[in-house]
Design a protein around this ligand. Structure first.
Ligand SMILES: [Zn+2]
Ligand SMILES: [Zn+2]
Length: 324
């Protein structure tokens, strides 16, 4: 493994600055600045979860041009590389999950899949097999092309503006605004995203497919605005990242549904409950309510529910899918 020391130094510096930002957040920042930083975390997180991930990596829905521009701005605020690069890496991740060809291969440990993959040269298999993944469709979208072409100046603006706004509009000290809303918020968003590549490939349940490593991890889902990863790897084309309304929640899906209702998003792809149920019963680890009902409807134990954070009452209230 060849370490890229420049990246290591950059990341150490960034984390020291983020810790200073955390100190200022706890001791000096105005309430408006905290709200602003949280708002940027949500906007950037949505740009990643719904934009780079669902819209561009997986083509789970379509969006009208003005909305694609807005969501590209949101994705730039998260500062996680341009949409093309992000989506390409992600497609390679799905195609070769948890192998040497996976950029964030979780079999190399938590640290590697979380951040270590950014600190060393790519495994030769990532480069060799990555060439077999087609991402040319992304370059048909002018939004992706222009964001990639002007990514550096756009990223600089998206890093500076979060600090300028609190300083200009409500008189926050520029130092506090910069370290809290730009640096700390950025590093926090990075870790929130990275948990999906690390924690959600190491810990958690496998209600849909017990053979694969991606898991439904509450920790990762809490920070990633509702990315339930076992479901997602089994049904990557589904715009939902959970069975919303039954036993998992996803803030991203709620917002996508809202924008769809407003007519900004359309052609949302989903998987039918019948297919989900059949997959659960065929390959799941038995923790899904479908499996529990199927296997022991009368002796269903609350212990399993507690450990798996599910609510059978809620699930039943939401209604079982129509199996016809
Ligand atoms: Zn994954
Ligand atoms: Zn994905």
């Amino acid at each position: 493994m060849e370490i890229i020391w420049r990246n290591v130094l950059v990341f150490i510096g960034l984390h020291v600055a983020a810790l200073y930002g955390l100190l200022l957040l706890l001791t000096a920042a105005k309430v408006a600045t905290l709200v602003w930083a949280y708002y940027l975390f949500i906007v950037g997180g949505f740009g990643i979860a719904a934009g780079a991930h669902k819209l561009w990596s997986h083509r789970s829905f379509k969006a009208i041009l003005p909305f694609r521009i807005l969501i590209a701005v949101a994705q730039t605020i998260a500062l996680q590389d341009d949409i093309y690069q992000w989506s390409r890496d992600h497609r390679v991740h799905h195609k070769f999950s948890d192998t040497d060809a996976d950029p964030y291969n979780s079999r190399r440990g938590f640290f590697f899949s979380h951040v270590g993959w950014l600190l060393c040269k790519k495994h030769p298999e990532v480069i060799r097999r990555g060439k077999t993944v087609d991402a040319s469709d992304l370059l048909q979208d002018p939004v992706v092309v222009y964001q990639r072409k002007y990514y550096v100046p756009l990223a600089l603006v998206c890093f500076a503006l979060p600090a300028i706004v609190p300083w200009y509009f409500w008189g926050e000290s520029f130092k506090t605004a910069f370290f809290v809303a730009s640096v700390f918020r950025y590093v926090f968003t990075l870790h929130a995203t990275w948990l999906t590549n690390s924690a959600a490939h190491i810990w958690g349940y496998h209600p849909y497919d017990k053979q694969m490593k991606p898991s439904d991890s509450r920790l990762a889902a809490s920070f990633s605005l509702g990315e339930w990863h076992n479901y997602h790897h089994v049904f990557p084309g589904d715009y939902r990242v959970a069975e919303l309304g039954s036993w998992r929640m996803s803030a991203t899906v709620v917002v996508i549904d809202l924008f769809a209702w407003m007519g900004l998003i359309y052609d949302l792809k989903t998987v039918s409950p019948k297919i989900v149920r059949s997959r659960v019963l065929r390959t799941g680890d038995g923790t899904h309510p479908y499996a529990l009902m199927e296997n022991c409807p009368l002796t269903y134990s609350g212990d399993i529910a507690k450990t798996n954070t599910m609510s059978m009452a809620k699930f039943l209230k939401a209604g079982l899918p129509n199996n016809n």
